[in-house]
Design a binder for this molecule. Structure first.
Ligand code: SAH
Ligand code: SF4
Ligand code: F3S
Length: 452
């Protein structure tokens, strides 16, 4: 179906997208929105006001699954009221056959099921639903090629996500992502640089490069030369207009000395790294298939800090992985103390059907998991509070995201080190880089005032 024909069927329709999960999903939703806008659709704030609702799902933990089914249940009423309403579900959950089967059998009001590899086909599927009054389930197991040139409706005018690669080859034994996102594929470096130059021309100041493991980026350029992740950073650092480069996520096993040097050489690369450790116990790391041990991780942190003394570091930690003993958990607490994280995301281990760890026999009882989780969160929060308190009196460059949700006279933004800052200011500052004097460091954010 061509774009004009799709436009004929979709022009003027109102859509609403509900997004669960990580930045990959957020960015996929931006692409879905971009494609719909291109065909004359307009976004509305709630499913009840929409003609088309799209739920972009995440499967990383069980509570993500539960939230999805709860939300899906609510769409039934809208469909009953409005028979022309189209309910669509996509994202990581839809890459699992048992979930597709459940949706089809228990939620018959769903019109379109699509996956993570065929987002570009969504306008055509939607047009078919309107044109031919049919229901569609189309999910590809993996993507043959990367589809370039899709539009995106960005959440912010001044910052943007940029996918540099798709998929994951690591098969950490707890994780569903390699099954829902397929194998690693890197975009060509020119495609990435062109996209970022275009964003810069459009006023974007900060880009966040996305990949499940950006350190294993291997892109081939037009001359056949292979670029690694550090090469790409050097390339982006040369693009005028871009002021900040961030990336998510970087796997410790592949973090190169060349990337650490890029922090030193590239002014635009923010002095911040999210470096998921998952556990501080060598036994657990081995069973997670993470391919590094605590010594190597601590060495990496040491190298980063020697090269970039003011670097801020955050992490992900899983509590209660199968077989985790109190001693293993103590090793995690010890590692957290040794690193001194600025912040950390902590997760209770969640069994994911189809992953190796789901079959491990020595699952940790729920009460033990929760008790360890609370102890870890206390330690991490105390560490964050201490780190943030040390910012008092410092002047930080803040890229302003806009008014805070709670108070329109308070602006929020991020420091180079990715710390959230609130300060009194006016909405005109949105999208600008300002100097903020930090007046208070709290556990999860900083407070400040515009520096004179
Ligand atoms: N690719 C990224 C992680 C993406 S998932 C990386 O490897 O760094 C984000 C985080 O979710 C992971 O770092 C991990 O801490 C957590 N996670 C993944 N699977 C999980 C599971 N089954 N139970 C609990 N937490 C999990
Ligand atoms: Fe999951 Fe591991 Fe891949 Fe991250 S690196 S997405 S945790 S399998
Ligand atoms: Fe969730 Fe898929 Fe991201 S499982 S965390 S949305 S890659």
């Amino acid at each position: 179906m061509n774009k004009d024909k799709e436009m004929g069927l979709l022009d003027g329709k109102k859509y609403n997208i509900i997004t669960f999960g990580c930045q990959m999903n957020e960015h996929d939703s931006e692409t879905i929105a971009g494609m719909l806008q291109e065909r004359g659709c307009a976004e509305v704030p709630t499913p009840a006001e929409s003609d088309i609702t799209i739920i972009n799902t995440c499967s990383i933990r069980e509570n993500a699954d539960k939230r999805f089914f709860g939300t899906l249940g609510q769409l039934k009423k809208i469909k009953e009221r409005n028979p022309g309403y189209v309910a669509c579900v996509c994202g990581c959950m839809m890459q699992q056959q048992h979930i597709i089967d459940t949706v089809k059998s228990k939620y018959p009001w769903v019109d379109i099921i699509f996956g993570t590899h065929n987002i570009h086909r969504f306008p055509e599927l939607l047009s078919k639903v309107y044109g031919e009054k049919m229901k569609i389930a189309e999910v590809f197991e993996d993507s043959a090629d990367i589809v370039e040139g899709l539009p995106a409706k960005r959440l912010y005018p001044h910052k943007s996500f940029v996918n540099i690669m798709y998929g994951c080859n690591n098969f950490c034994t707890y994780c569903i992502v390699p099954y829902t996102r397929g194998r690693e594929k890197s975009r060509h470096p020119e495609d990435i640089l062109d996209e970022i130059a275009g964003l810069a021309a459009d006023g974007v100041k900060e880009v966040t490069l996305l990949g499940q493991n950006v350190n294993s980026y291997r892109g081939i350029d037009g001359t056949g030369r292979q670029w690694d992740f550090a090469d790409l950073i050097y390339g982006i650092d040369d693009i005028s207009g871009i002021q900040r480069i961030r990336f998510m996520t970087s796997h410790p096993k592949d973090l190169s000395d060349k990337l650490i040097q890029a922090y030193v050489d590239c002014d635009k690369l923010c002095n911040y790294i999210h470096l998921p450790v998952q556990s501080g116990s060598d036994d657990v790391l081995m069973r997670m298939n993470r391919k590094y041990n605590r010594t190597r991780y601590l060495e990496l942190v040491g190298k980063l800090r020697r090269a970039v003394p003011d670097i801020t570091i955050s992490t992900d930690i899983i509590v209660g992985f199968p077989g985790e003993t109190e001693k293993d958990f103590q090793d995690t607490l010890d590692l957290v103390r040794k690193v001194g994280y600025d912040s950390a995301f902590t997760f209770l281990y969640s069994i994911r059907q189809g992953t190796p760890a789901a079959g491990y026999e020595d699952q940790v009882p729920e009460d033990v998991k929760h008790e360890r989780f609370d102890r870890l969160v206390d330690l991490i929060n105390a560490g964050s509070a201490k780190k943030n308190a040390a910012y008092k009196g410092r002047i930080e460059k803040v890229l302003v995201d806009g008014p805070s949700k709670k108070d329109p006279k308070t602006m929020t933004g991020r420091t180079e080190g990715f710390k959230l800052v609130d300060f009194p200011g006016s909405p005109e500052l949105t999208g600008t880089m300002v100097d903020v004097e930090i007046t208070e460091g709290k556990t999860f954010s900083l407070k400040g005032r515009l520096a004179r």
